[in-house]
Ligand binder design. Structure first.
Ligand SMILES: Cc1ncc(COP(=O)(O)O)c(C=O)c1O
Length: 388
C-alpha cells in the first residue's frame, strides 16, 4: 500500500479537480484541490479487484439479494465498532445525503425545524432548505481548542417546531470524536424534548491509530426508539463515487416510518457501490489501518507547520482528513484569507459554508500524497509569510 505517488486526477470526472474552477476559479494545472472530501489515493486493491471481477463477468444489470452485503456490514460493525447490528435493521440509500433526505421526509414536514450543531457539513443545510425545513443552528462552543455542544443554551431556544437533531459523528469539519458521555447527554436531550436523533457516522472508519469512534447506538442504547444512524463505507475507503449509503434503524416503528419515505425516494441500490462496500468491509481492514496511519502522519505535518503561523490555529483532531483552521488571530477578514489562499493556489472550503461559527475558519482536506501535502503547506506558509 503506497500512498505516496502523485497522480494527475484531472480530466477523469473527479469533482475535486474537475469542478474546482467552477467552485472557486482555480484550475488543476496550477492549484491544489483541498476541498471535496475524497482522498487522492487509489482505492484498496480488494475494491479494484471486486470491480474488475464484475466487469469481467459482464452482468451489469439491477442489483438484487443484498444478503452478503448486509452480512459484511454487520460483521464490520461488530468487529470494528462493537455494535451488534442485525441485517433487518439495514436500509440502503443512494449516498448518505439522500439517506438524510429520507430521514427528513420520514420524521418531519415542510415548515418544521431541524437542529444542527454548527459549524457542520454544508449539505445538511442545502438538503434541509431544499425540502423547506427550517434550521436551528446550535453553535458549538470552543473550549480548550475543541468543540462542545451547549445543550442548555439549545434548550432555551427551542420553539416547539423542532423534530430532528442531526449529529455529525465524527464531526465534519475538524474530526471531533464525541465521547460516550456527550452522546448519552444528547440522547437524553432528544428524549426530553421528543426529537428524532439522526446520527451521521459516515466518517466512522477514519479514526487515527489509538483513537476510537463510538457509535451513538452503543453509547446510548436507551436512544433506540428515536435513533437513526446513517453511514457508509464511502469515506473510510474512498469510494464515494459508488453513491451507496445505509441507514441502521433498530426500532421497528421507526423503521416503518423510514420505509414509507424510502418507498417514495429510494430505489434499487447501485451495483458497484454495493460490491465496493462488501469488498471494503470483508477484505479492506489492512488498507484501512494503513490509510489511517498515513492520514495521522499527514495531520502531524499540517498541524506542526500551519499551526506555527502567527495568528493561525489548527484544531487538534484524531479522525478524518478534514482539518479545520482558525484564521481569526490574524485579524484579517475572511475575504482576505480566502484571497491569499486562492492567490497561493489553494482550493480549500471557505468556513462560512459550514454555518454559524465558521466565518473566520477554512477547511482543508489533507488526504493526499505527502509530497503534495508538503507543497500545499509551503504555499499556505508563503501566503502568510508577512506574519512571520
Ligand atoms: C458528514 C457527511 N455526511 C455525508 C457526506 C456525503 O455523503 P454521500 O456522498 O454519500 O451523499 C459527507 C461528505 O463529505 C459528510 O461529510
Amino acid at each position: 500500500m503506497d500512498f505516496e505517488p502523485i497522480k494527475d486526477r484531472s480530466g477523469r470526472h473527479a469533482t475535486k479537480w474537475d469542478s474546482m474552477q467552477a467552485f472557486c476559479g482555480l484550475t488543476p494545472d496550477s492549484a491544489i484541490a483541498m476541498w471535496v472530501a475524497d482522498m487522492d489515493f487509489d482505492a484498496a486493491p480488494c475494491i479494484k479487484a471486486a470491480l474488475q471481477g464484475e466487469i469481467d463477468n459482464g452482468f451489469l444489470g439491477y442489483f438484487g439479494n443484498p444478503g452478503p452485503v448486509n452480512d459484511a456490514i454487520c460483521t464490520w460493525m461488530a468487529e470494528r465498532h462493537g455494535w451488534q447490528v442485525q441485517p433487518e435493521w439495514l436500509r440502503y440509500s443512494h449516498g448518505v445525503v439522500s439517506g438524510f433526505a429520507m430521514v427528513l421526509e420520514a420524521f418531519s414536514d415542510p415548515g418544521d425545524a431541524i437542529i444542527l450543531f454548527t459549524p457542520v457539513y454544508h449539505a445538511f443545510f442545502t438538503k434541509a432548505r431544499a425540502m423547506d425545513r427550517e434550521i436551528l443552528q446550535s453553535r458549538l462552543e470552543l473550549r480548550d481548542g475543541q468543540y462542545h455542544m451547549d445543550l442548555d443554551a439549545l434548550a432555551g431556544r427551542l420553539t416547539g417546531r423542532e423534530r430532528i437533531v442531526t449529529l455529525c459523528s465524527p464531526h465534519n469539519p475538524g474530526g471531533r470524536l464525541w465521547t460516550a458521555d456527550e452522546l448519552r447527554e444528547l440522547a437524553e436531550f432528544c428524549d426530553t424534548h421528543d426529537l428524532i436523533l439522526c446520527s451521521d457516522e459516515i466518517h466512522m472508519d477514519l479514526a487515527f491509530p489509538g483513537a476510537r469512534h463510538i457509535p451513538t447506538a452503543t453509547a446510548a442504547p436507551g436512544a433506540t426508539p428515536r435513533l437513526v444512524t446513517i453511514t457508509a463505507a464511502s469515506k473510510g475507503f474512498n469510494i464515494a463515487g459508488g453513491e451507496t449509503g445505509f441507514a441502521i434503524i433498530e426500532d421497528t416503528d421507526l423503521r416503518a416510518r423510514f420505509d414509507a419515505a424510502h418507498k417514495k425516494m429510494g430505489g434499487t441500490p447501485n451495483r458497484f457501490g454495493m460490491l465496493m462496500t462488501k469488498a471494503a468491509f470483508t477484505e479492506g481492514a489492512d488498507w484501512s489501518e494503513a490509510v489511517r496511519a498515513y492520514l495521522a502522519g499527514n495531520f502531524a505535518l499540517w498541524r506542526d507547520r500551519i499551526g506555527a503561523l502567527p495568528g493561525v490555529a489548527v484544531m487538534d483532531m484524531a479522525c478524518t482528513y478534514l482539518t479545520w483552521v482558525d484564521f481569526s488571530g490574524t485579524g484579517m477578514p475572511p475575504e482576505e484569507t480566502t484571497a491569499r489562499l486562492h492567490g497561493a493556489g489553494i482550493a480549500m472550503s471557505p468556513g462560512a459554508q459550514f454555518g454559524d461559527g465558521g466565518e473566520n475558519w477554512h477547511r482543508f482536506n489533507i488526504a493526499m500524497p505527502r509530497p503534495l501535502l508538503e507543497q500545499a503547506v509551503a504555499r499556505v506558509e508563503s501566503a502568510f509569510s508577512d506574519l512571520q
